[in-house]
Ligand binder design. Structure first.
Ligand code: PLP
Length: 378
């Protein structure tokens, strides 16, 4: 039987996706099936041997003493704040360009986010801008390592610790990013990770983890993720809830953790090909990436985002915006933050565009993205 030519299908097949989880996970399929059937056979599905092993392996990967699996990255942030004793009415300092995950967690504990502006180049927290708000005595600071690049975390920790303020790292986009031999999550008091499927280390569903080298915080986090239990059915720690990692996801994550360094290196290589190859003066690319970035998202800037997006679309290149609406302008927040102005944050949200960057991209696909960017003439 002959197959009729379907131009729409040909076009769809040529489009370079922003990410391709089928391709990404395909290499692990056989191992996934093996470990999944072991979990099935075990009859134990939540917080079991796989979770305990993954926690040990992930803590070692991050260079910290403890990891505790939780339900997702937003829960990780909320539980971290609770473990640090953040309470209703407290202030928590953070940035407003990182998808509102931290602001949601802060509001879940009844605290109020205090937004500081970002550095115009790195798009991470502007540490100079932190000094003013730190003096007001916030209960915690959450630093997001956005797009896979470590923020100036050493400076933040130094400044915060001189005022006795704890630091939480949001590492949801930065699994494995390192500087000076230290990994994301090991600089502050607690590091929070998401294993949402698109993350550099992604589960086949939701998942998250908190990491810390402090024994007291690790104990409290383990209690908080399971109803505040100090022992079975004894809820002693206030603020507890149910946010656990299940055995299947932990088993999949153990398989994938073994590939993470290699995947991160592949992402960086793509990012550096973009940095070298995209020469269109209207497309501003981030600096070349070293170990301190794991290229979770490749974000360029342009003064005509809609124009570039449309040109890329016509060239078969997908793109997206991470994130278009700053937290303080979100519909559920803006009334409370009407007087807050964050010029660098607002400017970035209007000018950023994310290009495809995932470890399995072919060399031809990378070149097509470069060519599409360079052929744009607004
Ligand atoms: C920077 C950042 N923080 C937190 C989260 C929240 O993670 P989750 O979607 O697992 O709740 C995400 C992921 O979407 C993220 O990108």
């Amino acid at each position: 039987m002959s197959h009729p030519f379907k131009p729409w299908l040909a076009l769809a097949m040529q489009t370079i996706p922003l990410n391709d989880l089928r391709r990404h996970n395909a290499g692990c399929n056989e191992e996934f099936i093996t470990v999944a059937s072991r979990v099935l056979d075990s009859g134990w599905y939540v917080l079991g041997e796989n979770v305990a092993s993954f926690e040990r392996e992930f803590a070692a990967f991050c260079g910290v003493a403890h990891a505790a699996g939780v339900g997702n990255g937003t829960d990780a942030l909320e539980l971290a704040l609770r473990a640090l004793g953040v309470r209703a009415g407290d202030h928590v300092v953070t940035v407003a360009n990182a998808g509102m995950y931290t602001a949601s967690a802060v509001r879940s504990v009844g605290a109020r986010p205090v937004f500081v502006d970002i550095d115009a180049e790195s798009l991470c927290v502007d540490v100079d801008g932190l000094e003013g708000v730190i003096a007001a005595g916030p209960a915690a600071i959450v630093v997001t390592h956005l797009y896979g690049r470590l923020a100036e975390i050493e400076r933040v920790v130094e400044l915060a610790s001189s005022h006795g303020i704890p630091v939480v790292e949001d590492c949801a986009q930065a699994h494995g990013a390192s500087r000076g031999g230290r990994k994301a999550g090991s600089f502050g008091d607690i590091g929070c990770f998401s294993f949402y499927p698109t993350k550099n280390l992604g589960a086949l569903g939701d998942g998250g983890a908190v990491v810390t080298s402090r024994d007291d915080l690790a104990d409290r986090l383990r209690q908080l993720r399971q109803y505040g239990w100090t022992s079975k059915y004894v809820a002693q720690t206030p603020g507890g809830r149910n946010s656990r990692l299940d055995e299947l996801q932990a088993a999949f994550l153990r398989v994938k953790l073994r590939h993470l360094d290699q995947w991160n290196a592949a992402r960086r290589a793509i990012a550096n090909r973009y940095a070298d190859g995209i020469t269109n003066a209207r497309v501003s690319v981030p600096a070349r990436m070293e170990a301190d970035s794991v290229a979770h998202l490749y974000v360029v800037r342009t003064d005509d985002r809609d124009g570039l997006r449309e040109h890329l679309r016509q060239a078969g290149v997908s793109s997206d915006v991470h994130y278009p609406v700053p937290d303080h302008r979100q519909p559920c927040m803006r009334d409370d933050f009407a007087s807050v102005n964050l010029p660098n944050t607002e400017h970035a949200c209007d000018h950023i565009l994310t290009l495809p960057c995932f470890p399995e991209m072919t060399s031809e696909e990378v070149q097509s993205v470069v060519d599409a960017c360079n052929s744009w003439q607004p």
